[in-house]
Write a protein that binds this ligand. Structure first.
Ligand SMILES: O=C(O)c1cc(=O)[nH]c(=O)n1[C@@H]1O[C@H](COP(=O)(O)O)[C@@H](O)[C@H]1O
Length: 286
């Protein structure tokens, strides 16, 4: 088993370099059972492994970031988690970054244990970055953020999610008079400013589907993961709308849209290259 070790280089720097070399696209590894059918693979752990690792094999040299969705691996129990470990190792071997989508969020002491699982050097499930949920309060994530920073890793905190239910809480106004989402944006901005880095370690998740908006990302100083391309209906023109005022690195992400082009590696490369060609002119690398 290959275990992750930190490079000592800050996550934002590694992300910036990789995106400059390969373009701003994150490919989500979401091996839905229906996609295994489409790839003519069995709906079992061998199918999971061939789909997930086949995707990285086809795109590992050209795509900047892979985002394995932990749920699809957890569904197969310990054997699925073992596949996830191998997928994370594959990403490293190809020089792509891994962003593990686990959306964790818990009381501080438990967060520290999640952080040890996903952000500590030597952990088999360590990724270059993970997704976090701030529902227990932004401060509850502090242990994970601190560990990420000390290991040259990053986090992406859910701010404005791509699903239609998101606004129920995210647009709510807090006692301070700001929306929940703006509070998250501002908390991340403060931590990134304190890091003194051009691309700080605290990213945000902002759905490519949320439309034109008046949230203020101008002081973020970190990267933005933008899921929702393709299967959830967002296209390049939506990125232009949502991020009209963003001055930071935006990383659009698609899962089903890309995977469904497989299993032919050339077809996978073409669909990824097609998205890159369409979104490249819209987004600045930051
Ligand atoms: O954190 C995420 O990645 C995420 C946040 C969000 O707001 N919306 C969202 O779709 N995602 C994830 O991004 C992936 C989207 O998959 P596709 O709709 O197939 O591209 C899924 O793994 C989602 O869990």
């Amino acid at each position: 088993m290959t275990v992750a070790t930190s490079t000592g280089t800050p996550y934002g720097q590694r992300l910036g370099e990789t995106v400059r070399a390969r373009g701003a696209l994150c490919v989500g590894i979401d091996p839905h059972p229906a996609l295994l059918d489409r790839w003519d693979l069995p709906r079992d752990v061998s199918g999971l492994e061939r789909c997930a690792r086949g995707l990285v094999e086809a795109l590992g040299e050209t795509v900047a970031v892979f985002k394995p969705q932990s749920a699809f691996f957890e569904a197969y129990g310990s054997a699925g988690i073992a596949v996830l470990e191998r997928v994370l190792a594959d990403c490293r071997a190809y020089g792509a970054l891994s962003l593990l989508d686990v959306k964790r969020g818990d009381i501080g002491s438990t967060m520290d244990a999640y952080a040890a699982a996903y952000l500590a050097d030597g952990s088999p499930l360590a990724a270059d970055a993970i997704t976090l949920s701030p529902y227990l309060g932004f401060g509850s994530l502090r242990g994970a953020i601190d560990l990420a920073v000390s290991n040259g890793r990053g986090v992406y905190v859910l701010a404005l999610t791509s699903n239609p239910e998101g606004p129920q809480f995210q647009y709510a106004v807090t006692a301070e008079g700001r929306t929940v989402a703006q509070t998250i944006i501002d908390e991340a901005s403060a931590l990134n400013a304190a890091s003194g880095l051009p691309i700080g370690p605290v990213g945000l998740v902002v759905g490519a589907t949320i439309g034109r908006n008046s949230f203020d990302f101008s002081r973020l100083g970190g990267s933005i993961l933008a899921p929702g391309l393709g299967a959830q209906g967002a296209g390049p023109e939506d990125l232009a709308d949502v991020f009209a005022d963003a001055t930071t690195l935006v990383l659009p992400s698609a899962s089903r849209e890309i995977i469904s082009a497989g299993p032919d590696p050339e077809a996978l490369r073409q669909v990824a290259a097609g998205w890159l060609a369409r979104i490249g002119p819209i987004l600045s690398v930051g």
